[in-house]
Write a protein that binds this ligand. Sequence first.
Ligand SMILES: [Ca+2]
Length: 408
Amino acid sequence: MIVSTISRQSRSDFKSGLFCAVFATFLIATPAVSASSSTDLHTKKQQAQHHSRKSDAAHQQRVRQIQHQAQRASLQQEAEASPSYAKRADVMAAAQEMAQRLKLDMQWVQATVGQARKMDSIARAVLPPSSGMNKNWALYRSRFIEPIRIAAGVKFWRTNQATLERAERDTGVPASIIVGIIGVETIYGQNTGNYRIIDALTTLAFDFPKEHPRAESRARYFRSELESYLQLTARTGTNPLALRGSYAGAMGMPQFMPSSWTQYAVDFDGDGRVDLFANPADVIGSVANYFVAFKWKPGVPTHFAIDPDRNNPNAMATLLQPDIVPTFSAPTMANLGVKLDTAGQQYKGPLALIELQNGDQAPSYVAGTENFYAITRYNWSSYYAMAVIELGQAIANAMQQTQQAALP
Ligand SMILES: [Ca+2]
């Protein structure tokens, strides 16, 4: 999460052929909902559907376990064949400087960083994707808004309903947004990443691929994340060699980077410690707190449906110029040829024209509010923000449907 580089966590799933094949199978295997006038037949169909979803979910979990074990084994193999940083004089000198500046035990810092491995798979993963798949909203959407992830979201929401309500009451961040984030990031903890955090952060801090367009600033960023990680593990008495996460060093169910963990994570169940790996209450409270820090506006919608004037290139260029930063009032948008829905017309705050490309097909558009922008602070992508919103909404709808079906 949290910065453009980390967004590849979701994009890398997206790129993976294996993931595509697995998800495609489940999409096909899940029966379509069909309307029936007979309540009895409807109930039977729902039961069959429920059963089928349950066995799909079990199958999916098994597939995920196998993938997980395979990736863990292959990373282990790669690590064993990769050089450790103990023999890199420049890195050991940097570790010494870090320890002095951060007032950490020098031997501990050098031993920790020295045991990190330079992993080529990590360096490769941060390079921009070669295909243009992340510019295809329809395809991107289908990866996240799908029956298995929705079912997992319903389960998570039900299990943690009271905590989600408390977070929403305390912060104004809707439960559907929190549930959407955790679903898109890790499918509610099913996919938190297999890379050793110390390998990820050390490799990207000292061997960030030079061919990347922003290699220097990214390397600086990861060096600072490595420092946060060392401080965090030292302060909490955690073994820095034990934690695993994304290839960019994002951790736990919400995929927090070390600096975000330090700044925004909260102990939301009051047990005296912050656990974003296995404690859903802390995860929920921390995601909500992150959005409070990035100026979530309680009660403000995330976006409005619109129909822009695609035949007016000058107006479109003006509207797209500020990108996702909310800039235009509703009347200004209307003057530039955008038809807003009724709620959008009455909205008083600033709006952004959000363009979501669909490959060869026409792009999709919405008007994003400051809350849409806030979601992009978690991961700098409007595709990501829209997926979070729509997954949360799909899960909320599924909850309502099942509640109605359960009525006598
Ligand atoms: Ca806690």
